[in-house]
Design a protein around this ligand. Structure first.
Ligand code: IMP
Length: 184
């Protein structure tokens, strides 16, 4: 079964399909823009995005919003992670972290699924820390500075680990279980 995934990021679709495959679900990228509302909760951003896209295409659809919440920076960049990455990238985050004692961080992913019955949210999180340098070239975004707890390498160095423990993998696992039951 196929389901549209509204995103401009093909990496997200490929990661979603690593999970979807196990459930017989194929996520198909839909290049449909939607406004990202200002809210500190990625779940609210995903909720608004999914409803917006559904109102245009009138077919079941998902969007997914991710935030990187860094404790030593008071949760920054959080739900503003895309804006911040576009402005200062990973080098900028490492500069901001100079002198910040607490390097603990969490990625949170929220999937918004919208169909005729409205929006439902499925989330996933992974805890870790921000490295002291940019390492690894796999993945995208903040992958090369994020080290998941219990490991020494960044997601950028270890994409196989990302596929096993990431925020997105957990959120898609919840979502795929739900949708596979609906389609049963
Ligand atoms: P969004 O979910 O597309 O709004 O992404 C927010 C920001 O976080 C963007 O700059 C992405 O590149 C980055 N990002 C999203 N997901 C991940 C991930 O799995 N790893 C690293 N960075 C990510």
């Amino acid at each position: 079964m196929e389901l549209k995934f509204a995103t401009s990021n093909p990496h997200k679709v490929s990661e979603a399909n690593q999970v979807g495959r196990k459930y017989g679900i194929e996520f198909v990228q839909l290049e449909q823009d939607y406004p990202e509302i200002r809210d500190e909760d990625v779940r609210m951003v995903a909720r608004a995005g999914a409803a917006y896209v559904f109102n245009i295409i009138r077919e079941p659809v998902i969007v997914e919003d991710t935030g990187l919440f860094i404790e030593g920076l008071g949760g920054f960049p959080g739900s503003y992670s895309a804006f911040v990455f576009n402005k200062i990238e990973n080098q900028g985050i490492l500069r901001l972290m100079q002198g910040a004692g607490d390097r603990k961080a969490e990625f949170i992913s929220a999937i918004g699924y919208c169909d005729i019955d409205g929006v439902q949210i499925f989330d996933g999180a992974v805890r870790g820390s921000i490295g002291t340098e940019i390492t690894g070239t796999a993945g995208f975004g903040y992958d090369s500075i994020f080290i998941p707890d219990g490991h020494e390498k960044t997601f950028g160095e270890n994409p196989k680990l990302k596929a096993e423990v990431s925020h997105r993998m957990k959120a898609f696992d919840k979502f795929c279980k739900f949708i596979a039951e609906c389609w049963d």
